[in-house]
Structures are given as C-alpha cells and as structure tokens.
Design a protein around this ligand. Sequence first.
Ligand code: PGA
Length: 258
Amino acid sequence: MACPPVAVAMLVAGNWKMNGTRVSVDALTSALAARAHACEVLVIPPAVFVPQVSAALSGSTVALGSQTVSEFESGAYTGEVSCTMALEFGCRYALVGHSERRALFAESDAQVAAKFAACKATGLVPVLCVGETLEERESGETEAVVFRQVQAVLDACGVGAFADAVLAYEPVWAIGTGKTASPDQAHIMHAALRERLAESNAEIAGGLRILYGGSVNAGNASDLFAERDIDGALLGGAALDAEAFEAICAAADAEMAR
Ligand code: PGA
C-alpha cells in the first residue's frame, strides 16, 4: 500500500565536496545568506571552512552541515571530526554514507550505521545517503542494494532514529556525470524507500524527507520536485554556483507553493 508523505518543508542541500578557497567560499556563502527561501537551505563545506561559513551565515536561515563525521566520540583517530566538534562549530546536519565515502574510503554499511547512531546520540541530524551503481542497476539489484543500505541503519538504530533524520537517494551513476535519474526513476525509488520504512513505522516514514541527488541542476530541479515523494535535493556541482543553487532553491519554493 502506498504511504503518502506528509507536508514538510523541502530541503535543498549543497555539498561542496573538496572544493573552494577562502575567497570563493566567502562569495558563495554571502550570496546564499542574502536570500530568503520557503524551503530549507543547507550548505556543507569542507571541514576547515566550517567556522568561516558559520560566521558568515550568522543571522541567516541557511543551515550548516558536515560532509562526514566520525563514529567515535574522541581519541586517536587522526584526521577525523567528531559529531560534538561539528555541533560546537555550528553544524546542524551531517552527511552519512555519501557514495564517495563508501567507494573511496571503504565505508561499510556497518560503519555508516555507526556514524548515523553517533549523530543521533549527539543531536546532529544525519543525512543518510543511499544509492546503487550502474552495474547494480543493470543487473536489477537497485532495490536490494538501497534497502540493504537502509536496513543496516534500521538494524543498528531502530526506525525511531529516522524521526528527524533525512534520507538521500543518490544513484551513483548519476553523481557528477551529468546523467540524472528521470523523475520517474527517482520517484519509484523514493516511494519504495518510504514504503519500506512505513512497514516499520508509517508516521515516521510519512514525515521523513527523502532528497534526490545526482546531477540536479537548475534545468531539471522543477521536474524532480514535482514528484510526490521527492522532498528536496542534495546538490554537488550545482551547489558551487550561487546562481544555480539559488535557482534550485527557487524551484523548491515554487513546488511548496503549489
Ligand atoms: P552532483 O553530486 O550534483 O555533482 O552529481 C551530487 C552528490 O554527490 O551529492
């Protein structure tokens, strides 16, 4: 049975990945901070820029997030940033399980689940990223792969942990490739994910924001947002361009006003 999403503010999140300089980050942040949107806007800079961006966002409604966090509280984990540190420097959100972390840094489903749990334990809102590779899609495993990724978190944290969390469906083959999933392809997976969670708790599933990510741009955002189960976007490339980012936020505003 289809599980209808309840009305929540759409979320447009920009992951800047390992890009930017002090100067470009300042320019981008001040352009975004100057505008007001009905949708929620989130920027996710490289960790070293977090204090700079946090200061520039003060007084604006744009939220700040961390690109990754450690599953550990503190200790001898060279190079890592804890959830508490991210919170102390103004982050409200953290990406968990982005496909680049899974593929390039060998993050397992279990480690991703531990990071999700660490976020929930400290009050950081996890944005859990799931998605299949092209090979997995072509061999008909899309649903099995994304369900496995979500199940690892359900097993470790329980469905209650998805209240006030965010899910992002990002087909790996669409990330940074210019190939977007069609609104239909995206919607099928979003609806399937919501239904899967509704089997455990319909209320939490209905209130969960499920973002789409993978080559979202100013030209395709409106069509994606028009799909019922798409509650926003996780941007990569488009988030580095203030105008494109703004246009995508405006598309979310327009969808919310429909
Ligand atoms: P992209 O990246 O928009 O550049 O495809 C999306 C992401 O990695 O979240």
